[in-house]
Design a protein around this ligand. Structure first.
Ligand code: R5P
Length: 295
């Protein structure tokens, strides 16, 4: 088994390799003056089972192309089996056509990776797990929610109220609640498909007055979802509000806007390396690889 250090996730790849106790294959990469990507695997992969670690957070398109080039390079150089470890799987939110004339982007991405020869894929908290059922190769989504919940437990927040900013994140807070062990609830969110404007409201019955609230989501992108949820929690007199996510994309001034909305701290994972990536996915992914190694 060898771990290929994709340029987007070098540090995570190294940490996974250390925990698994396996050799790494560095990657030489550059961008040509016209914007095209170049990669070269700087090590032997012949007859090896190879795991390529490469997240596809922004710039998604070039990182996806780099991933495709690495898969192809591994196959051409004789790798026995190639698994892509893609902590943040780009395009997963477009998992159906919402408006007439659209594509299903996640299927296009999966077909592209399948076409260059990937044998399987491991991702983390993909937006909708059911999209993986349509993948042309075996694909699995691991969950980093227990790791995030443990982070808050270590801070002494066992009794926090865990909030899903929309119904789609309810399964996430139910998972967090197993560790944080108290109550959970969700808000109803509406996103205007044309303007992107987000509005949220509380329809469910719950009381957060004087309580610590932790909002859990899979992705923080523009921050609009967390800002809307935090504002409602403040209006309902929550004592303090925290935000946790697996994939902290934090586009533009998202972090600033979230903190200005009264959130004490934002916690994310190194799925997307950022200032808030306080929880590493290395233990989660290495455990999966060790199980595959022994199985
Ligand atoms: C969507 O349903 C996702 O789970 C997130 O809530 C969403 O991607 C967050 O996006 P933003 O930060 O732009 O509101």
């Amino acid at each position: 088994m060898k771990i290929v250090l994709g340029p987007a996730s070098e540090e995570l790849g190294e940490n996974i390799a250390k925990l698994v106790g396996t050799e790494v294959v560095p990657v030489v990469f550059k961008t040509f003056p016209d914007g095209e990507s170049y990669i070269r695997l700087d090590g032997e992969v012949k007859k090896e089972e190879v795991f390529i670690v490469q997240t596809t957070s922004p710039p998604q398109d070039s990182r996806l192309v780099q991933l495709a080039l690495m898969i192809d390079a591994a196959k051409r150089n004789g790798a026995r089996k190639v698994t892509a470890i893609v902590p943040y799987l780009a395009y997963a939110r477009q998992d159906k056509t919402f408006l007439q004339g659209e594509d299903v982007s996640i299927e296009t991405v999966a077909n592209m990776l399948g076409a260059v020869g990937v044998d399987s894929l491991i991702t983390v908290n993909v937006h909708q797990e059911k999209v993986l059922e349509r993948s042309p190769f075996p694909a699995r989504s691991l969950s980093a929610i227990p790791l995030l919940a443990e982070y808050f437990k270590r801070k002494g927040f066992e009794k926090a109220f865990v909030l899903a900013p929309d119904e789609g994140a309810l399964h996430i807070v139910e998972e967090a609640k197993k560790i944080l062990g108290d109550e959970c609830g969700y808000l109803e969110k509406h996103r205007d498909r044309y303007t992107g404007t987000i509005t949220a409201e509380k329809k469910e019955k719950f009381d957060v007055k004087g309580r610590t609230v932790i909002i859990f989501d899979d992705i923080i992108s523009t921050g609009g979802t967390i800002v809307a949820a935090a504002k409602i929690m403040r209006e309902l007199s929550a004592r303090e509000v925290y935000a946790a996510c697996v994939h902290p994309l934090l586009i533009g001034d998202a972090e600033k806007r979230i903190l200005e909305a009264g959130v004490e701290e934002i916690v994310g994972t190194d799925s997307v390396p950022s200032r808030v990536s306080k929880v590493s996915l290395a233990p989660l992914i290495s455990k999966e690889l060790k199980e595959r190694k022994s199985g």
